[in-house]
Design a binder for this molecule. Structure first.
Ligand code: TYC
Length: 112
């Protein structure tokens, strides 16, 4: 029997498929994450910033005070990493709250 015939003899349903079926895994990609940044300024009261970090980022008073001091000293700090939608919501909440209290606090997001 020729080699050709041997292969054909394995094509049980005669549909031309003689290879081994290999399962492929669809490529999944984790969604990009976004850093939410808080910026320093000379006017927003420290306690107001601490309150923001407790209220919108779920920090304890001690955590919030520490991050606030980092922003105060270094000019900026990452206050959380979220999906695009959640990061956008946090930025909007902080900016709205600061504006309502007439503080110039700035909050932004950037892709990780
Ligand atoms: N620098 C402000 C002050 O001395 C305090 C401050 C901290 C403001 C963090 C903004 O994101 C900020 N009153």
């Amino acid at each position: 029997m020729s080699k050709f015939n041997l292969v054909m003899s394995n094509d049980k349903d005669d549909d031309g498929d003689v290879g081994v079926a290999v399962k492929t895994r669809a490529k999944t990609k984790r969604p990009p994450m976004y850093k939410v940044l808080l910026l320093n300024d000379d006017y927003t009261p420290m306690e107001f910033v601490v309150h923001i970090l407790e209220r919108f980022f779920g920090m304890t008073h001690a955590q919030a005070f520490e991050i606030m001091l980092t922003v105060h000293k270094k000019g900026v700090a990452v206050v959380g990493v979220f999906s695009h939608e959640v990061a956008e919501t946090k930025v909007t909440q902080v900016m709205d709250f600061a504006q309502r209290h007439q503080h110039p606090l700035q909050c932004t997001m950037e892709k990780e």
